[in-house]
Design a protein around this ligand. Sequence first.
Ligand code: AMP
Ligand code: ZN
Length: 494
Amino acid sequence: MALYQENEVKIYNSLTGKKEAFKPILPGRVGMYVCGPTVYSNVHLGNCRTFISFDMIFRYLKHLGYNVRYVRNITDAGHLTDDADQGEDKISKKARLEKIEPMEVVQQYTLDFHKVMAQFNAHPPSIEPTATGHIVEQIEIIKNILDKGYAYEKNGSIYFNVLKFNQDHEYGKLSGRKLEDMIANTRELTAQSEKENPQDFALWKKASPEHIMRWPSPWGDGFPGWHLECTVMSSKYLGETFDIHGGGMDLKFPHHECEIAQGEAAHGHSPVNYWMHANMLTLNGQKMSKSTGNSILPQELFTGENDFMEKAFAPSVVRFFMMQAHYGSILDFSNEAILAAEKGFNRLTEAIKIMDQLSPVDRSSVDIASWKSSCYAAMNDDFNTPILIAELFNAVKYIHAIKEGTEQISTQDLKEFKTCMQAFYTDVLGLKNDQDATTQDGKPLDGAMKLIIELRAQARANKDWATSDKIRDELAAAGIQLKDGAEGTSYSLE
Ligand code: AMP
Ligand code: ZN
């Protein structure tokens, strides 16, 4: 019997505002779509939080034995600088500033994203489609929406007619907005706007002569709207209605609201059964965001080279820090919080090592079965990782007590206990002991690294920054991160 048959997962559905029992469309199978990054810059830690939250959800569903098809796109066209219908394409803008091809921008930041996700031990999605790889499908769905009468053409651009759609559907149901209020709160359309109504949004935009990312269409050269790509890629790979759609909370409106409208207009029914939104990572109480400069890059944390933190932190420590909060709660990043997370992570990791030294006896005094069911209950309750981690710390207490002889464990229970700890630590939370690489990779590397770190320290003492930077950068390229901290330099493997 698969684990999912004995574990009913409850999911907080942003569409209904309720926790609901998860029932996949096909028994034993889950289709999940998560909006991926717009690859015009390095992903910051806030972006990573959303992707790590969905990685944990992906991992738990797989742990329960579901066959999960996880689709996470790459936005490589159509996302404009104002996050709506105005401004330049974010990727073309970067390409213009750097004097490189837009696809060079896309390649560079897609590689960075993959590298960071691998450092955080996130599983790759099952399919990672790109917007530019699905222009033909986007044109087809626009024709469909035009045929159904929910869109109109204006000077080579196509706009979705929100007022018309709202006559037969409910625009705003995901974000809890009412169209009448939205209309009351908006200023009049400016004279130069092509839209019939300010709430309308672009499905296709005519490319001005200087717009380099352009494709031919029945309406002339142009480019697709940002919201449309997710409707097209999710329905292509998961069907017109699928189980779970995720993304950051900031995408609820207008991006996901527009996805619902497009899906309903094109296919006549709701595209998604469970909408899930991961909450924001903040820094100094403000949303971490590239545009305001209030952000940290993962590499700055892993190397310790930043203005915010006292020392470097291993990727698993950062991941553990994120897992200590529920994915739906706001989480603030600070020096104290990450230091506390590091202590907790080390305590947990050390306890797992000690498990191998425990000697079982005939009978248990600890109730492993009930502890294990509390772990599952936590995760079944809308993926409540902070409660799971509290249970793992109860386990840490048991481990120390068994070691000291104040509690006993039987052979069978110890086996079960180890399997369950490993399953939650490694498979579900996605943690690994990357704090001290030496335990994983043995003495020879440790010795060699000691020498290299010494040579770099000498170079730094001689103010030979070129050599010290070369050592750090080339080790990083080879997958070894140097961390400068209060107690000297240490290293970790990616
Ligand atoms: P973008 O590349 O801007 O499309 O964003 C990629 C993902 O990161 C989206 O799901 C956003 O909702 C998410 N995101 C952006 N900023 C934050 C943040 N501060 N905390 C958590 N997620 C974020
Ligand atoms: Zn999307």
